[in-house]
Design a protein around this ligand. Structure first.
Ligand SMILES: Cc1cc2nc3c(=O)[nH]c(=O)nc-3n(C[C@H](O)[C@H](O)[C@H](O)COP(=O)(O)OP(=O)(O)OC[C@H]3O[C@@H](n4cnc5c(N)ncnc54)[C@H](O)[C@@H]3O)c2cc1C
Length: 392
């Protein structure tokens, strides 16, 4: 890491093994993503299957899980990999987060041995793609009110409803679907070739364009009981998966921010106005100094949470603190970097505007700023303020 991006020598806090994982993820991002991603973004598509196969070969899918072909890496190593992938593009990091922390984690944590054997090795290898369907078009921040239903019919289950904004859904082989059953929220590992299952690509996105996002319809999808995740009981199960995925975002967002800062430093050094490089103006230096400080503070926060995660685990409000702060600051860094690039900053010759637009989706998914603020407010005061009537 060059000095301007690591003013405080925070690299010295990482082990050799952690630096090796970071190097591996950086290399694949530099070679397989960076040269092509502006074009994918322009076209609004990404080669999800090819990327998954590539990442699978390197052990980056479900890398923090153990067994079933997963790498069993530490939380810090996983975070560093997220950071490097998101330095190339948030959509590519989203692919890896959804595959590993949402779809694979749900099956790994709540699935039967048969489900784990059936899905996890192929997903770790990137041969099978997974998605995670919790959000619905009318139920986003408040999934407790979900409308998708799972009803018993003899020995089978029948799923009816729909899911919205589901990353990887159009290309997935298996969808982890959360639905309301008589006994509460239940999870299902649904093969996407099941009759009645359909996923359409959501095309009209101005953010995360190098990521596949879909709307799922479940039209009386009939499943054997063996498709139900036996250990998942209630909404706590999908929420625990979100906590896993949010951890990766705490690191990932910093990757996008770092790439914006590096681009702005480079640009400011070579762009001349009023007879000198714009890096020589105090106003530019004030922007760069603030950006560098927030980046380093964000890294310290991520690393602290990563070390706690590896040592004793994290409480959900600690993950909320990290996601809220680091995505918010990453957006601020991207916007400031954009100003330094002037008109060039709005083109796809530079990655800044793409990162900035991507981070808007990152800010919204896995809990919006407002939801994380309410989680923190609840932890601080002991009073939940999610519902107007004070019931939760
Ligand atoms: C690109 C993309 C990919 C996604 N991938 C997935 C995926 O793979 N799987 C999945 O299940 N979901 C996914 N999502 C969905 C995402 O998690 C939701 O968009 C998110 O939870 C917000 O829900 P919503 O969009 O319905 O907004 P809403 O919940 O309608 O929120 C709208 C606004 O109201 C605010 N608000 C809501 N409740 C309160 C409150 N109590 N107090 C104050 N303000 C409040 C919100 O903070 C927000 O600002 C994805 C979304 C996007 C954009």
């Amino acid at each position: 890491m060059t000095a301007p991006l690591d003013l405080l020598d925070l690299d010295s806090l990482l082990s050799d093994e952690e630096r090796d994982v970071r190097e591996l993820a950086r290399r694949v991002a530099d070679e397989r993503v960076r040269p092509f991603v502006a074009d994918w973004y322009e076209r609004g598509e990404a080669p999800v299957r090819e990327l998954a196969a590539e990442f699978g070969k390197l052990g980056l899918l479900g890398m923090h899980l153990t067994g079933y072909g997963c790498a069993g890496a530490s939380a810090v190593s996983y975070g560093l990999a997220c950071m490097e992938l998101e330095a190339a593009d948030s959509g590519v990091r989203s692919l890896v987060s959804v595959q590993g922390s949402l779809a694979m984690y749900a099956i790994w944590k709540y699935g039967s041995e048969e489900q784990k054997q059936r899905w996890l090795p192929g997903m770790a290898a990137g041969e099978l793609i997974g998605c995670f369907g919790l959000t619905e078009s009318d139920h986003g921040s408040d999934p407790a009110t979900m409308a998708t239903r799972a009803r018993r019919d003899g020995a089978d289950w029948v799923l009816t409803g729909g899911k919205m904004w589901i990353t990887n859904a159009p290309v997935a082989d298996v969808a982890v679907i959360w639905a309301r059953a008589e006994e509460g929220v239940a999870g299902f590992a649904v093969p996407t070739d099941s009759p009645g299952f359909a996923a359409r690509e959501i095309k009209q996105k101005m953010s995360l364009r190098a990521s596949s996002t879909g709307e799922i319809t479940l039209d009386d999808v009939r499943l054997p009981d063996s498709a139900r995740l036996p250990e998942a009981r209630g909404l706590k199960a999908p929420l625990s998966c979100l906590t896993e995925a949010r951890f990766g975002i705490i690191w990932g967002a910093l990757g996008a921010a770092r790439d914006c800062l590096a681009t702005a430093i480079d640009y400011a050094g070579s762009r001349e106005q009023f007879g000198r490089p714009i890096a020589g103006f105090q106003l530019t230096q004030a922007k760069l100094a603030d950006m560098a400080l927030e980046l380093q503070k964000g890294f310290l926060l991520a690393l602290h949470l990563g070390r706690r995660h590896d040592a004793v685990g994290l409480r959900p409000e600690q993950v909320s603190a990290g996601k809220l702060n680091n995505v918010r600051e990453a957006i601020a860094i991207a916007r400031e970097a954009r100003t330094i690039l002037g008109g060039d900053g709005i083109t796809d010759d530079y990655p800044v505007m793409r990162h900035m637009a991507n981070l808007e989706a990152v800010r919204t998914y896995e809990g919006t700023d407002e939801v994380h603020t309410l989680i923190l407010g609840n932890a601080i005061t002991g009073v939940p303020a999610f519902r107007a009537d004070g019931s939760g």
